[in-house]
Design a protein around this ligand. Structure first.
Ligand code: SAM
Ligand code: SF4
Ligand code: SF4
Length: 357
């Protein structure tokens, strides 16, 4: 089927949209499906999925063509980078075709994907051919029993490692490995995981357990502050701090002094990075959010389906970004104004597998 033409009257790129804190819109996290073949306890615990209608019916997902139209509008507002996520993006039917569509949008310079990796042996080559540039694989531990527990009984270590190997064989180099750390759950296995990937060219990023959504039973005392890890790792393998490449970088990076690569830390709880946050998020059914912890979004589907051209869509997205004043992590983080601070873990929030991690 030939794609319908994109109907944007104004095609010249405009200056990047700046929000109320002068943060530009640069990156889009695109959730392409909310379903997943894992049930990670910190994200989609099985006990939160009881009852029908938890996941979007497939007919509610944005089509590839609607995503293409959205991206054309986002590019006009400054977006250059798209990270495809979910849920598990590789369970969306026809994902290589969608990657190809995204790669064809003029102005998109970088397409990355975050995945749990188990379907990569089947899909890595097609994804590379379609134009995917970078892959992040999530892997929390090399301990099979701990992995089994953290993935809700779904992950098999050998399969995730086979996914990483398949991505390497398809030409993906310097992958990122995302590791959520939970005190008393997998923290005793972290040094082994780092050891495994030292010298591989891939970069492990230790992520503080976050209070995303309302169903992951988050507790502050299960967060291991990144500063503690820097100290512990430094004792085993001396580290050297690296300068951030961009203001919007989410991870603080360190090099192993012995030349065996890098390790990163994503410290949303103890060292918030809202000041450089240039990311918008779109759910698989077309709701725009401007913060991972937001509870109000903007439905874009009516604008996609009711107008002859996409100028109204562009204007709506621009206005949402201009009005943006999100800084959730700073407000609940250390050093926040005491009037704003407090424990927001129970505020109503959108689940991460809906919002797109
Ligand atoms: N299914 C894919 C995966 O796991 O890579 C993509 C979606 S997942 C929501 C995106 C990232 O969010 C993963 O790296 C996952 O580990 C991370 N994540 C999920 N829940 C989290 C939490 N409560 N705290 C910190 N990171 C979390
Ligand atoms: Fe699925 Fe990723 Fe959430 Fe785990 S973290 S349940 S793999 S969406
Ligand atoms: Fe961005 Fe919201 Fe995270 Fe702050 S809390 S870095 S604004 S997504």
């Amino acid at each position: 089927m030939t794609a319908l033409p994109i109907k944007l009257k104004s095609e010249a790129p405009v200056a990047p949209a700046l929000d109320r804190f002068k943060r530009p819109l640069r990156e889009l996290r695109l959730s392409v499906i909310d379903r997943c073949n894992f049930r990670c306890t910190y994200c989609m615990p099985a006990d939160s999925l009881q009852g029908r209608g938890v996941f979007l019916p497939l007919v509610k997902l944005l089509t590839d063509h609607e995503i293409e139209r959205l991206l054309n509008a986002f590019v006009q507002l400054g977006v250059e980078k798209v990270r495809i996520t979910g849920g598990e993006p590789l369970v969306r039917p026809g994902i290589p075709g969608l990657v190809k569509t995204i790669a064809s949008v003029p102005g998109i310079r970088d397409i990355a994907m975050t995945t749990n990796g188990v379907l990569l042996p089947r899909l890595a080559e097609d994804l590379a051919e379609a134009g995917l540039k970078r892959i992040t694989v999530s892997l929390d531990t090399l301990d099979e029993q701990v992995l089994h527990t953290m993935s809700g009984g779904k992950a098999v270590l050998e399969e995730v490692l086979a996914g990483i190997a398949a991505a390497e064989a398809a030409g993906f180099e310097r992958m990122k490995i995302n590791t959520v750390v939970q005190k008393g759950v997998n923290d005793h296995t972290i040094l082994d995981l780092l050891d495994h990937f030292r010298g591989s060219g891939h970069v492990v990023r230790l992520i503080e357990f976050m209070d995303v959504g309302n169903s992951n039973h988050w507790r502050r005392d299960e967060v291991v502050p990144s500063a503690e890890w820097v100290e512990r790792i430094n004792q085993r393998w001396p580290l050297q701090a690296l300068e951030p490449k961009r203001a919007s970088e989410t991870a603080r990076r360190y090099a192993y002094a012995d030349g065996q690569g890098e390790v990163g830390f994503i410290s949303s709880i103890t060292e918030p990075f809202c000041g450089g946050c240039s990311r918008a998020r779109i759910t698989a059914d077309g709701i725009l959010y401007t913060c991972l912890f937001a509870n109000k979004g903007t439905h874009l589907v009516p604008l996609l389906r009711q107008h002859d051209d996409d100028d109204a869509l562009l204007e709506r997205i621009r206005q949402v970004w201009l009005d943006r004043e999100d800084r959730y992590s700073e407000l609940r983080g250390p050093g926040a104004n005491p009037a704003d601070a407090g424990d927001h873990a129970n505020d109503p929030k959108v689940e991460m597998y809906r919002m797109g991690g």
